[in-house]
Design a protein around this ligand. Structure first.
Ligand code: TYD
Length: 212
């Protein structure tokens, strides 16, 4: 595949979405073909699965059901959207991917990080992002940003503080496990600095590849 698959990870209110938009603008202006997408969702079938997962009424959802629904949505999005765009040579910027499942379902919900990774290997095989950016923001700051920005609150935002703390801890473990793929961005800085830092990381990554 000739494109690049770049994913963005972090807890709630980490600012990923607005940074992805600036990367899109920056690299499109430089002449790259850029595709922005997200998980869970990104295409019709996956958006339908997203509505089931995030619906605030589904409080009785079992944690394994949740993990498999995320994996199902991931599979459809991968084959219908991500892989075809990568084959055309695009830079695909994806808001969340398998790392979210490993952290949220595997660690925070306590299914087990390895077990959730295994469930996901059934749907993604050996396919992994070329580069992942982790937006590092402490949960109390991220959650405050959501409330201040009045973003629509979903079922997972409504989890207890403990859950968000575990998500944060889970990401720290994941970063240690995949140090070469996952780059950490200090997302507590102001948004302009975060955007500049992110652009630099992606530019360095593309430059390094062009030297190979
Ligand atoms: P979303 O509104 O897209 O939030 P965000 O802007 O934080 O990405 O909601 C997605 C929610 O689903 C978010 O709380 C993270 C969670 N999630 C998982 O628990 N597992 C997963 O595999 C994915 C992709 C997301």
């Amino acid at each position: 595949m000739s494109g690049y698959f770049i994913t963005f990870e972090g807890g709630e209110g980490s600012g990923k979405t607005s940074v992805i938009e600036s990367l899109n603008k920056y690299f499109t202006e430089k002449g790259f073909e850029v595709v922005v997408t997200r998980e869970p969702g990104g295409i019709e079938i996956a958006e339908q699965i997203r509505n089931i997962i995030l619906n605030k009424d589904n409080v009785q959802m079992d944690k394994l059901t949740e993990a498999y629904l995320f994996a199902a949505s991931r599979r459809q999005h991968l084959v219908e959207r991500v892989i075809p765009e990568l084959e055309k040579g695009a830079i695909v910027l994806c808001d969340r991917f398998v790392d979210s499942s490993i952290v949220y379902q595997g660690y925070a919900r306590d299914i087990g990080m390895d077990k959730v990774y295994d469930i996901n290997k059934v749907v993604i095989g050996e396919f992994m992002p070329d580069l992942t950016l982790f937006f590092d923001v402490r949960p109390e700051i991220g959650l405050k940003r959501i409330l201040d920005n009045l973003r629509k609150v979903n079922r997972l935002d409504l989890e207890e503080k403990d859950f968000h703390n575990k998500v944060y801890e889970g990401y720290q473990k994941l970063v240690k496990r995949f140090p070469s793929r996952i780059k950490v961005v200090d997302a507590e800085k102001n948004i302009e600095e975060v955007k500049q830092e992110t652009i630099k990381i992606v530019e360095d990554f593309l430059d390094d590849l062009s030297k190979v």
